[in-house]
Design a protein around this ligand. Structure first.
Ligand SMILES: Nc1ncnc2c1ncn2[C@@H]1O[C@H](COP(=O)(O)OP(=O)(O)OP(=O)(O)O)[C@@H](O)[C@H]1O
Length: 349
C-alpha cells in the first residue's frame, strides 16, 4: 500500500489555542526542545534536519526553521529517497516542498540504493546515514538533526530488554552522537503529531510504521498499550527515563574500560593481546567491556559480537580449565597462551 499524507483528523480542541492566537502547547514544547539542544552552537553553524516527511521530522523541521534565525544558525533539510516504494520520489518531493515553504535552505533530496546487508531495516538505515553524512559534507553542516521521540526511545529500551541486552543497549539512542543530534528524545510522539496539526503541516504516513512484521511496530501498537493499561500511564516516559539513567552509567563504565584497555590490551602486527594478569583483578563490568573492545579491534563486527562471545573470552580469564580456543565472528579466533589471550584475525588469501 502506498504511503499517503497522514489522515489524522484535525481535532477542533487541538486547534483552539492557535485560533485564539496563543502558541499551541505542542508547538511550544517542540520548539523549546530544539532551543535547548542547539543553544550552545556557535553562530553561523549550518544545521540540517533529516526529514522523512513524517510527523516527527516535519514538526522538527518547523521548529528549527522558527528557531534558527534567533539562534543565528543556518538551517536546511535533507530528505532521503530510499526508493523502496513506488511513490517514494513523490513523497520525498512533497516533504521537500514543505521544508522549503517553512523557509529551510538548502533543501536537498538524495536518492539512495538500499543494499541487503543487515536486513531490510538495517540496510535502509545504513544507506540513509551515509546519505545524511554526504549531505552534511556537501553543505558544510556540523549538525544533522534526527527526530526520534520519547516514544521511540521507550520502544528501543523495551526491544533491548526483550533481547537481554546490557546497559549500553538499554541506554537507547544518544542525544548527541558525533554529527547527529536528537533534540526530541524527551518529547512525546503525541506532541509532534499535534504540532503538525496546529501548524497546518500535512505529514506523510509511512506504511511500514503499521506493518506488524516489524518488532518495533508490534511494541508500539501492541506491547506498550498493554503495559500502559496494566501498569498505569507513564510507562513510556519511565522507560525513556531509564535510558537516560543507564546512559550515564554506561558512559562511566566505558571510560574505565577504555583506561584498562590502554594498558592491558595491545596490538601486534597480526594479533591483539590481552594481559590476563591485569584483567583478572578488575570487576567484571569493566573487564568484559575491555575484552569486547579487544575483540572489535581484532576484527569482529559490533553487530555480530554477542554477550555470549564476550563471556566465552572472559572464561579464559576467570574460568580457565584448559579450553583450547573459541571461534568468534568474522573468523577471529581467541586462545589463551602464556599470560595472554591472543585474538587472531582469520588469515585470508
Ligand atoms: N527518508 C528519510 N529522509 C530523511 N530523514 C529520515 C528519513 N527516514 C528517517 N529519517 C530520520 O530518521 C529519524 C528516525 O526515523 P525512523 O524511526 O523511521 O528510523 P529508524 O529506522 O528507526 O532509524 P534510526 O533509528 O537508525 O535512525 C526520523 O525522525 C528522521 O529524522
Amino acid at each position: 500500500m502506498p504511503g499517503s499524507p497522514d489522515s489524522t483528523a484535525e481535532s477542533a480542541e487541538q486547534l483552539v489555542d492557535s485560533r485564539r492566537g496563543k502558541l499551541h502547547p505542542a508547538v511550544a514544547r517542540v520548539r523549546e526542545a530544539v532551543r535547548a539542544a542547539l543553544r550552545e552552537l556557535p553562530a553561523d553553524t549550518t544545521v540540517l534536519v533529516a526529514c522523512s516527511g513524517g510527523a516527527d521530522s516535519l514538526a522538527l523541521a518547523a521548529a528549527i526553521a522558527f528557531e534558527a534565525p534567533k539562534l543565528r544558525l543556518r538551517a536546511g533539510a535533507v530528505i532521503v529517497d530510499h526508493g523502496l516504494q513506488a511513490d517514494s520520489a513523490h513523497a520525498a518531493a512533497i516533504a521537500a516542498d514543505q521544508c522549503r515553504s517553512l523557509g529551510l535552505d538548502p533543501v536537498e533530496v538524495r536518492a539512495v540504493e538500499v543494499g541487503s546487508e543487515g536486513g531490510p531495516e538495517g540496510a535502509a538505515r545504513a544507506a540513509r546515514y551515509d546519505a545524511l553524512r554526504a549531505a552534511a559534507d556537501q553543505f558544510g553542516a556540523d549538525v544533522v538533526l534526527l527526530a526520534h521521540t520519547r516514544d521511540d526511545q521507550a520502544e528501543t529500551v523495551l526491544l533491548g530488554l526483550a533481547r537481554g541486552s546490557g546497559a549500553r543497549s538499554l541506554a537507547g539512542m544518544a542525544p548527541v552522537a558525533g554529527l547527529l543530534r536528537r533534540p526530541l528524545l524527551e518529547v512525546p510522539r503525541a506532541s509532534t503529531a499535534a504540532a503538525c496539526i496546529a501548524s497546518g503541516l500535512r505529514p506523510w504516513h509511512d506504511p511500514h510504521n503499521d506493518d506488524p512484521q516489524y518488532r518495533r511496530v508490534r511494541v508500539r501498537h501492541e506491547v506498550l498499550p498493554v503495559l500502559e493499561e496494566a501498569l498505569g500511564p507513564g510507562v513510556t516516559e519511565a522507560l525513556a527515563r531509564t535510558a537516560g539513567l543507564l546512559r550515564a552509567d554506561a558512559d562511566a563504565l566505558d571510560a574505565l574500560a577504555a583506561d584498562l584497555a590502554e594498558t592491558a590490551v595491545r596490538r601486534t602486527d597480526d594479533e591483539v593481546l590481552c594481559d590476563i594478569g591485569m584483567l583478572e583483578a578488575e570487576p567484571e563490568a569493566i573487564r568484559t567491556r575491555a575484552l569486547r573492545q579487544a575483540a572489535l579491534e581484532a576484527g569482529c563486527h559490533a553487530t555480530d559480537l554477542t554477550a555470549g562471545h564476550v563471556a566465552a573470552i572472559d572464561a579464559f580469564v576467570t574460568g580457565w580449565r584448559g579450553q583450547r580456543w573459541i571461534d568468534l565472528p568474522q573468523g577471529v579466533r581467541a586462545m589463551r597462551r602464556g599470560g595472554f589471550i591472543h585474538l587472531k584475525p582469520r588469515v585470508t588469501g
